[in-house]
Write a protein that binds this ligand. Structure first.
Ligand code: GLY
Ligand code: MN
Ligand code: MN
Length: 416
């Protein structure tokens, strides 16, 4: 928990005089009276504490003093849910200066927030369990804690990169297991099961997001998560799935032919997209904006569509008409970290890439079932190739390079 302490010290230095950063844990959600959904701590809360219990409130002051409120011991609840931490245990394990039970919150909070005129707190997001307690103080100024923490979370330290690498390595192995299990008439759900089994066997905590196992036309739905179709011979299966290890995400997409071999048209389109993806990865380096790489992707998609006779005219005309957006409606990628779409840039924000950032590069082409501009075996098809890229001092490192993506390698993997 030392790394969280170091982070708190570093972040506290940026807090203005007479301010406090206040974070709430994510509430535990229930599917039914006493049947809970799986719990995962809120990412910012985890980032600064490492503490995974719900119903917790954390405060950080410019002096780097830290205060944490946790659930009171409850012997009835503990019979069902297991032991709750004591204040003493939390203080020692998480290196927090002051830890109190929630039954003391009203008194203690008054003392701790005396003289504080500005807070960094997110009233409006899903983590608002403590709004009632916070709002009564009528602070002169409130800013978003999420936005305040963004610049810190964007730059990963070596321990965070190690966790991302581990998540990537688990995902790579699991993707290979899926490719090997793929055959005609297998269900998308069974393949999803293969992926989850593999990442969990390797020691990942869970998926970083709901995996997409989409064959045929399902792959044209960008966030398809039903995973309830049967894979048919001749179709392509899009797998977009990533493990979470130590709270850090990985996010990989590959395309696998259900029958083990791409058709000629499928291979040509796949190769064109792969060529573009490699160019986009090469473009990742310090001081480059994600926006400029995004622009390169759209230009590349237009080139492919021109090459396949789907679009006509010049690059400039096509950029203006934006028909290409029908074939690629999403952007080139996003930052990766505690969240799969990590502290993402706002639309239009042209923040430059810096060493220590991790991002995905994931161009895609999606062809509707009724699109007569493409040959029949390419209709009802979605292709996306996604790797996780670390920005280094001079250029970039592909953290998911070990998962094959050459068309022939994919065919070999699917038939092994
Ligand atoms: N897995 C979601 C995405 O690629 O953004
Ligand atoms: Mn992604
Ligand atoms: Mn993805």
């Amino acid at each position: 928990m030392k790394s969280h302490l170091i982070k708190r010290k570093q972040i506290a230095q940026s807090l203005p005089h007479s301010s406090a950063l206040i974070l709430s844990s994510l509430p535990q959600f229930f599917r039914q009276t006493d049947v809970s959904y799986p719990y995962r701590q809120e990412s910012n809360f985890y980032y600064l504490t490492g503490f995974e219990q719900a119903k917790s409130l954390f405060l950080l002051f410019p002096s780097s003093r830290s205060v944490l409120f946790i659930s009171d011991k409850d012997c009835v609840k503990e019979v069902w849910d297991g032991p709750l931490a004591t204040t003493k245990q939390v203080k020692t394990k998480y290196l927090i200066n002051e830890v109190y039970y929630l039954s003391q919150i009203d008194n203690i909070l008054k003392k701790k927030l005396k003289g504080v005129s500005k807070i960094f707190y997110d009233y409006s997001n899903k983590t608002c369990e403590f709004n009632k307690q916070i709002i009564q103080f009528k602070f002169k100024k409130t800013e978003s804690a999420y936005h305040f923490l963004k610049p810190f979370r964007r730059l990963k330290e070596s321990k965070e990169i190690t966790s991302i690498k581990k998540a990537c390595s688990h995902s790579i192995h699991a993707h290979k297991e899926v490719a090997k299990a793929l055959k005609s008439n297998i269900s998308e759900r069974a393949l999803h099961g293969v992926f989850i089994k593999s990442i969990m066997e390797q020691g990942s905590t869970r998926e970083a997001y709901q995996g997409i196992f989409a064959c045929g036309k399902n792959a044209t739905i960008l966030h398809y998560v039903k995973n309830n179709s049967i894979c048919k011979k001749g179709e392509l299966l899009l797998v977009d799935a990533g493990a979470e290890y130590g709270y850090y995400a990985s996010d990989i997409s590959r395309v696998y032919p259900v029958s083990g071999k791409f058709s000629k048209n499928q291979k040509n389109l796949y190769k064109a997209l792969l060529k573009l993806q490699k160019q986009l990865i090469k473009a990742v380096k310090p001081e480059v904006t994600l926006k400029s790489i995004n622009q390169k992707m759209f230009e590349g998609i237009i080139h492919i569509l021109l090459e396949f006779g789907v679009l006509k005219g010049s690059l400039k005309e096509n950029l203006k008409m934006e028909i290409y957006k029908k074939y690629c409606p999403h952007s080139v990628g996003h930052l990766l970290g505690l969240d799969v779409h990590d502290v993402t840039f706002k639309p239009g924000e042209s923040t430059v890439l810096k060493p220590g950032m991790v991002l995905t590069i994931e161009p895609g082409i999606y062809i509707n079932r009724t699109d007569k501009k493409f040959p029949e075996d390419l209709r009802a098809t979605g292709l996306r190739i996604e790797d996780d890229i670390l920005v280094t001092q001079k250029s970039q490192k592909n953290l998911t390079l070990n998962l094959p993506k050459e068309a022939e390698e994919i065919e070999e993997l699917c038939s092994s």
